[in-house]
Design a protein around this ligand. Sequence first.
Ligand SMILES: [Zn+2]
Length: 397
Amino acid sequence: MNSFEFFNPVHVIFGAGEVSRIGAEAEKLGRKALLVSYRDVGFFGDLPARIHGWLADAGVACADAFLATANPKVSEARDGVAIGRQVGADLVIGLGGGSAMDLAKVIAAGLLYPHDVKQMFHFSHSGAGVRIAPTEALPLLMIPTLPATASEMNPTAVITDEETLRKSYVWEPACLYPRVSILDPALTLSLPAYQTACGALDAISHAVEPFFFSDEATYGNLALHDQLQMGVIRAIYENLEKVLQNPRDLQLRGLMQWSATVGLNGWLTCGVQGWTPMHQMGHVLSSHFGATHGATLACMMIAWLRFFDRRPDNARFVKFSRLLYGKDSPAEAARQLEAYVRHVGVQSRISEFGCTAADLDTLTAGLVDVSFGADGKLASVPKIDRDEARRIYELAL
Ligand SMILES: [Zn+2]
């Protein structure tokens, strides 16, 4: 293992019905809440009204910023900051999946940030452009409703700059951890099948990436990490089909929710590879084609397995194939994973997002623009160059 620091201060409250504690928890943190959720908030029925009620009972005023869309945009964050300023918000509540929670984080930091919110993001990894890290944020409470991103228990937010079609992230342990996250699996019972499956595949990818890209030569003994990562992968992989068959089962939904949180709350990546090259490739598919995040990761996992099938440096891909499918063949793992992805109703090829061979150069250029380092490579183990990245996109068509 490499040297590391671990710090995760999020107070997690888990359980069916626990969302009703939002008032008592908010009261400890402020008096004027800004509730950040989706533009299409009608999906939640009377939940926002009930949240208003619990907050009012605790003496906390609440204004709405129902702005988030899938793959949230810089303009939505700017609008949210303007609303927060107008109402004098002193805490921010995120209600929804990763998009809503990430937007809540950006707004909470943006309200104390003297620059345009766009400047807090890593829109270039080659040293080009000026990035200014946020150092403080209003207190954040999260009510996650989609098991996927673990935004409820990590210090990251992802956003798309709709002017440049760049999608990237901010990761700031200093200020972007939520104070409290209420994980109420009852809120996930009505999730549609496609969102459920995409969320699960995203969460699986959060454990697959450190597994693929942490090798013994670089990181030493991985006995603990392999088991932790495979545990999360297996738990979600086996549970997803059951959830889709029994969507109203609270225990299955609860397992899905906590598994997804554990997938990216920091436990799986202490001392090993935490960077996510497959996510970098997936982000370009979302920013250019509007593809759902989890679906892009499904396509990338399959394509990376196929790309590494016959390479001499594919030991981690072979090990993954053996542990999950009992075969020392990344190509066979890709075949079985693709069958699984299709079985749970998610796209397994980027052509299903509208990508064609004519788009490969654009996708590769988008990846290089945001995610390639000054050395002209995508950080990965092994590192990936421009031609190899293009080939992986091609294998995903
Ligand atoms: Zn993800």
